[in-house]
Design a protein around this ligand. Structure first.
Ligand SMILES: [Zn+2]
Length: 291
C-alpha cells in the first residue's frame, strides 16, 4: 500500500510517502502560505496528490480542531484564514477518488508516538507539545480520546493562574501563557531585555539569571502536569516540542513530580517525544491505512 501523508502546520506543509511497514520516503516540505487561506491550502494538496502515481490512501495531520469522522475542520484560529468548516476529506476524495483520513496535529503526533515511538506498547498516556503554545492529546484504552466535539485534550488552556496573563484564546491565566516555550522566551526577553530563542536560552544555562528563569518556567510546567496526573493517573506523559531536546527539562520535571505528587501517582514517567517531525505523518498514515 502506498500512502501519501501530509502534515499541515502554520508555516510549512510537510509530506512524504509511506509504505505498509510505515517507512517514510521522499520527505518534502513546502511553505503553507497560510495567508492565502484554508481553501487554497487544500487545492495545493489536491494538486500534489494528483501529481503522484499509484497513491492508495491519503493521511492528513493538520493544525486546528478536526472532526475526524467527517474529516473536516471544526475550528481553526485566524492563523489560517477561512480554514474553519473546510471539508478536507470530502474535497480530496471527490477530486482524486482516493480515500483520505484527517486528524488534528497533536492527536496525529500522539498516535505516531503510540504506535512507533516514545509510547510504544502503552495503552494509556497523555501527550503535550510545548511550542509557541501548548497542544495536548489523550490516548486512552489504546485509542485517541477526542471528546464530544473532537476537541478534548486542549491542555494549553486549562487555568493554572486564575485572573492571570492574557492568553491567545481570549481567556486569562491559561497554562500555555506560563508554561509554553513561548512563555519562557517572553520571560527572558522581559527580564533581560534581550530576545533569545529556546536554543540560545539553554546555551546560556550557566548564567544565573537565565537559570532562575528556566527553573521557574519548569515549575510552571509541573503545576499543569500535576493537575493532569490527578485527572488521568497516566503511567506515561510524552512531552514534545523542540525545546524538550534539552534533557535538563524532563529530568527536572520527573524529579519535582516525584517530590510533589501523592505517593499513589508517582509511577508516572515524563519522557520526551521520539519521532520528531515524523510523528504527525506516521499517525496520519496509520489512520489512512485503517480506512
Ligand atoms: Zn487560553
Amino acid at each position: 500500500m502506498k500512502i501519501l501523508a501530509f502534515d499541515i502546520g502554520g508555516t510549512e506543509i510537510k509530506y512524504a510517502f509511506c509504505d505498509e511497514n510505515f517507512n517514510l520516503t521522499e520527505k518534502k516540505s513546502i511553505p503553507t502560505n497560510a495567508h492565502e487561506g484554508g481553501k487554497r491550502i487544500i487545492e495545493r494538496i489536491v494538486e500534489i496528490i494528483k501529481s503522484c502515481n499509484g497513491v492508495d490512501r491519503v493521511g492528513i495531520s493538520t493544525a486546528g480542531q478536526v472532526d475526524s469522522v467527517k474529516g473536516e475542520i471544526v475550528f481553526a484560529t485566524d492563523s489560517i484564514p477561512g480554514y474553519t468548516g473546510t471539508k478536507i476529506k470530502e474535497i480530496i476524495e471527490a477530486e482524486t477518488g482516493i480515500p483520505a483520513a484527517v486528524e488534528n496535529d497533536v492527536n496525529s503526533a500522539a498516535l505516531g508516538e503510540a504506535i512507533f515511538g516514545a509510547a510504544k506498547g502503552c495503552s494509556d498516556f497523555i501527550c503535550l507539545t510545548y511550542g509557541t503554545g501548548i497542544g495536548g492529546a489523550i490516548y486512552f484504552d489504546n485509542k485517541l480520546f477526542t471528546g464530544s466535539s473532537f476537541s478534548a485534550g486542549e491542555f494549553g488552556h486549562i487555568i493554572t493562574h486564575a485572573g492571570g496573563r492574557k492568553c491567545s484564546c481570549g481567556g486569562v491565566g491559561c497554562y500555555e501563557a506560563y508554561a509554553s516555550a513561548g512563555a519562557l522566551v517572553r520571560n527572558v526577553a522581559e527580564k533581560l531585555g534581550k530576545k533569545m530563542n529556546g536554543r540560545e536560552i539553554f546555551a546560556n544555562f550557566d548564567n544565573p539569571e537565565i537559570r532562575l528563569l528556566i527553573d521557574e518556567w519548569i515549575d510552571e510546567i509541573v503545576i499543569g502536569l500535576k493537575s493532569l496526573v490527578y485527572i488521568f493517573n497516566p503511567s506515561l506523559i510524552v512531552a514534545g516540542g523542540g525545546i524538550m531536546n534539552e534533557a535538563y527539562i524532563t529530568d527536572e520535571i520527573n524529579k519535582r513530580m516525584q517530590k510533589e505528587l501523592m505517593a499513589s501517582y508517582r509511577n508516572v514517567k515524563i519522557v520526551k517525544a521520539l519521532m520528531g517531525n515524523d510523528a504527525n505523518k506516521l499517525g496520519a498514515a496509520y489512520l489512512a491505512a485503517k480506512i
